[in-house]
Design a protein around this ligand. Structure first.
Ligand code: AMP
Length: 574
């Protein structure tokens, strides 16, 4: 059975599938590939989804809702049609519509889908999206980041081209930027960033505000809802020409690109730091980019093409239709999930968009303990899947328990980040007479679908506490979570168990037996340092101390030949 791809957009949604070897978006009965992400209740009480809902909303803004993607993962409720609806339920209605359109084309019901979300979507927003899919009777094979999907559509077309690519995705309500490398069929995401409340609709609102002010009308003028589509259409016309006219409440206005740029200046100003941070995270200068791929309808605005040419020193490209490219990539990802032969040579690696860490207390001087600092374990833009651990100590040998608070975000103080869960670890108290406080190794393992697993092991008892941050409650059954857990198990190999480290340790142990005196003492010191580094989880320290050990081992080669540091094989979790 075909797996479908769905781009659940702020303004419009699309459904797609890989037919033969070609990704295609599927048209609704009106022949439109873009279905407005809008729901409303008709006068006779019928539920409307898509274009009819959009049209009804213009006439009667209180009859339904659009742009609910912006509220995904929040407690927002929309009263309409005599009931209260959540953003998740509204999204479910649109997803259900996408499923229905797919059925029209494929001749039978499809229940499996890949759904795209903005890269910076937090766990709660992804969870809400997956839950919406479940409500629509879809099982989510994968949630994939929108710019990654765009790059996948692009990389699928030109798999052999080596490119450093920046995907600039300005949709109706969201902005996403991603830097990727494409080479020999491998699509590697280097960094991602964005903002959830910055998109084409904000430019429309800003332009409308400016024009209302020009006409001496209040921003909350009762005719605003009816004026908005006129201004939206004006904004689009300005993508094709320098200036154009509009009549608002009897006022005739000539509006130019300059007016749109001035109205949206604050919005455009917010794009720059996001783009620059993403490039910095990817370790690239703007000049090193080979191509800039424009995605999202709002990237057609002249103010955006100018911004890109100015900041990134080259024009953006629209090789693929910016409205459809994300959905086309979702179809390619769907084919990857279905192990279709058409995509067998394609490999995709992604990154996590937000830092994951825990709250810690710091001791600045004896007795002065300040809690609430954020200690990252997995930094943003780390390639996933990934498993990282750090060791944390109690403050005294008598302290028996620690409450681990798990956060997602970039702020220095834990509370300013997004709390994902709490895990209580007990049994830290040391036996009477022991001077060292108990310590816990905390390990985070994060997989491709954005599922976080937390393990805490008390060092002196090896007792382990485990927690799964079930960020997609609707989408994953306990059985599926267990299956993912199994899949992630090989990731949890300790650094000591990596092939090359294990080889170093074994070799050193043999040499230790063969040496005496000063040489043995020197080896002991190097080995101690290496083992300490392995315990620290600091990869640069393993490398540095491992290399010192290698030098010693090669200088004191055992009789059977030169010591060769073992090849760094693709160790699990590496
Ligand atoms: P999306 O979420 O990708 O569907 O983005 C839709 C957004 O793109 C809306 O805010 C539209 O106003 C905007 N848009 C679509 N076409 C154009 C155009 N030709 N010029 C300017 N903005 C456009």
């Amino acid at each position: 059975m075909a797996i479908i791809g769905i781009d659940l957009g702020t303004t419009n949604s699309l459904v797609s599938v890989l037919r033969g070897a070609e990704p295609e978006t599927l048209a609704n009965e009106m022949g439109e590939h873009l279905t407005p992400s809008a729901v409303a209740v008709a006068q006779d009480g019928a539920l409307l989804v898509g274009r009819p809902a959009w049209d009804r909303l213009i006439q009667s803004p209180a009859s339904g809702r659009a742009f609910f993607k912006r509220d995904m993962g929040t407690q927002a409720v929309y009263p309409f049609g005599g009931k209260r609806w959540t953003p998740t339920e509204c999204s479910a209605m649109v997803l259900n519509e996408m499923k229905r359109i797919a059925q029209l084309h494929l001749g039978r019901e499809t229940t499996r889908a890949v759904v795209t979300v903005p890269a910076y979507f937090r766990e709660s927003q992804r969870a809400a999206t997956a839950e919406a899919a479940t409500l629509a009777g879809l099982s989510v094979e994968r949630i994939i980041n929108e710019p990654t999907a765009a790059a996948l559509a692009y990389g699928y077309r030109e798999p052999d081209k080596e490119t450093r690519l920046l995907v600039f995705d300005l949709g109706g309500g969201t902005f996403d930027v991603t830097v990727l490398e494409v080479f020999s069929g491998v699509i590697e995401v280097r960094a991602s960033g964005g903002e959830s409340r910055l998109g084409g609709e904000d430019y429309t609102d800003a332009l409308l505000d400016r024009l209302l002010a020009q006409c001496n009308l209040r921003p909350d003028h009762p005719g605003r809802a009816q004026m908005r589509p006129l201004v939206e259409s004006l904004k689009r016309r300005l993508s094709a020409r320098e200036q154009t006219a509009i009549t608002l409440e009897g006022h005739e206005l000539l509006v130019s690109r300059k007016d749109l740029a001035a109205a949206g200046a604050e919005l455009t100003g917010r794009l720059r730091p996001i783009v620059m941070r993403c490039l910095r995270d990817a370790g690239l200068e703007p000049e090193k980019l080979d191509e800039i791929l424009l995605v999202g309808g709002a990237s057609r605005m002249h103010v955006i093409t100018e911004f890109i040419a100015g900041e990134l020193k080259r024009p953006g490209s629209m090789k693929l239709d910016p409205d459809r490219v994300v959905a086309l990539g979702a179809a390619v990802q769907a084919a990857l999930c279905g192990e279709s032969a058409a995509v067998k040579d394609l490999v995709l690696t992604d990154v996590c968009a937000h830092t994951l860490g825990i709250s810690v207390a710091k001791q600045f001087s004896p007795g002065q303990i300040v809690p609430g600092y954020y200690e990252p374990l997995i930094e943003r833009n780390t390639t996933v899947p990934v498993s990282r651990a750090k060791l944390f100590s109690a403050f005294s040998p008598q302290q028996d328990s620690i409450l681990i608070e798990i956060y997602q975000g970039e702020a220095r103080m834990a509370k300013e980040n997004h709390l994902l869960g709490k895990l209580r670890v007990t049994g830290l108290k040391r036996a009477p007479g022991e001077e060292d406080p108990g310590s816990v190794e905390i390990r985070f393992s994060y997989d491709m679908s954005g599922l976080l697993e937390v393990d805490a092991t008390v060092e002196h008892t090896r007792k382990t506490f485990h927690m799964m941050i079930e960020e997609r409650p609707g989408a994953l059954t306990k059985k599926q979570i267990e299956a993912i857990r199994q899949r992630m198990a090989p990731l949890k190999v300790s650094p000591r168990d990596r092939v090359h480290n294990r080889a170093r340790l074994e070799r050193a142990a043999r040499m230790y037996a063969a040496l005496k005196g000063e040489e043995r003492q020197e080896l002991t010191m190097l080995l101690d340092r290496f083992e300490e580094a392995l315990g620290s989880q600091d990869e640069s320290a393993w490398d540095a101390t491992g290399r010192q050990l290698d030098i010693f081992l090669s200088l004191h080669a055992l009789e059977e030949g030169e010591w060769q540091p073992p090849a760094e094989g693709k160790a699990p979790g590496a």
